[in-house]
Design a protein around this ligand. Structure first.
Ligand SMILES: Nc1ncnc2c1ncn2[C@@H]1O[C@H](COP(=O)(O)OP(=O)(O)O)[C@@H](O)[C@H]1O
Ligand SMILES: [Mg+2]
Length: 235
């Protein structure tokens, strides 16, 4: 069943036509990746879904409901977690406080503790750093914290914007393993990446976006061996 569906989405920044009739869907239980070069419209796609940016036309359906033009705090409440490009953790708050911010809508202390334990299961390093300021952590740890913070809201749909950006290969490997594990446990994931090779390896399906248009789609394994994809993104 389709959890998320974008139909013919057009998004503008002033005169810049950033998304040109984007249609894509994410089924429940899938990892879907959206790959493309810098400036192709990947982040804009996620921002349009979470409601940070309003599309000029088109429809976004989530869980059967029209969420086009729904503001970010409402899409978050509905279970869409958006881990933005560049992580954006709160540098002056402690790691623990950062995690708590992810569960802002939860009042029950016990539920918060349980969710935090779950995050430690995926990211044991976070537990060691709990009382440290977020900003003092390495890039990889901050990315883990950003994902951990998103997990604190127990999302139905986890959207990740270039989680591998600027990280050492070994850390990227770990992060992709965790994305894979989260999905194995049932989480639906929309993964935006310039790192097409890694993303296609773990994705059930992929979409290629080029200057605001979806130009190709197919199973991850097929795109991985596709000549055009290889030439443009895997060289
Ligand atoms: N806030 C903004 N104001 C104006 N143009 C923007 C803004 N954000 C993105 N753009 C433009 O929209 C296009 C898509 O950008 P973006 O979605 O960030 O691409 P990607 O994430 O694939 O690198 C680019 O041409 C970019 O310059
Ligand atoms: Mg981007």
């Amino acid at each position: 069943m389709s959890l998320l569906r974008l139909e013919n989405i057009n998004t503008f920044y002033g005169g810049i036509h950033a998304l040109k009739g984007v249609t894509l869907e994410v089924n429940e239980g899938e990892i879907v990746t959206l790959i493309g070069s810098n400036g192709a419209g990947k982040s804009t796609t996620l921002k349009t879904i979470s409601g940070q940016v309003k599309p000029k036309s088109g429809t976004i359906l989530y869980n059967g409901k029209d969420i086009t033009n729904t503001p970010p705090h409402v899409t978050a409440f509905d279970g869409i977690a958006h881990v933005p490009e560049g992580r954006r953790i709160f540098p002056r708050l402690t790691v623990k406080e950062n995690l708590e911010m992810g569960a802002f809508s939860v009042k029950d202390r016990k539920v918060i503790e349980e969710r935090m334990e779950r995050v430690f299961h995926y990211f044991p390093k976070i537990k060691e750093r709990l009382h440290q300021k977020g900003g003092t952590m390495s890039g990889g740890e901050q990315q883990m914290l950003a994902i951990g913070r998103a997990l604190m809201m127990q999302p139905k749909l986890l959207m990740l914007d270039e989680p591998s950006m600027g990280l050492a290969p070994i850390i990227v490997e770990q992060i992709f393993e965790i994305i894979h594990e989260l999905n194995e446990e049932g989480m639906t994931i929309l993964l935006v990446e310039q790192n097409a090779f890694q993303a296609l390896q773990i994705a059930h399906r992929g979409y290629v976006i080029q200057t605001g248009e979806i130009v190709m789609t197919g199973p991850g394994q097929e795109l991985l061996v596709n000549e055009q994809v290889r030439e443009a993104y895997l060289a």
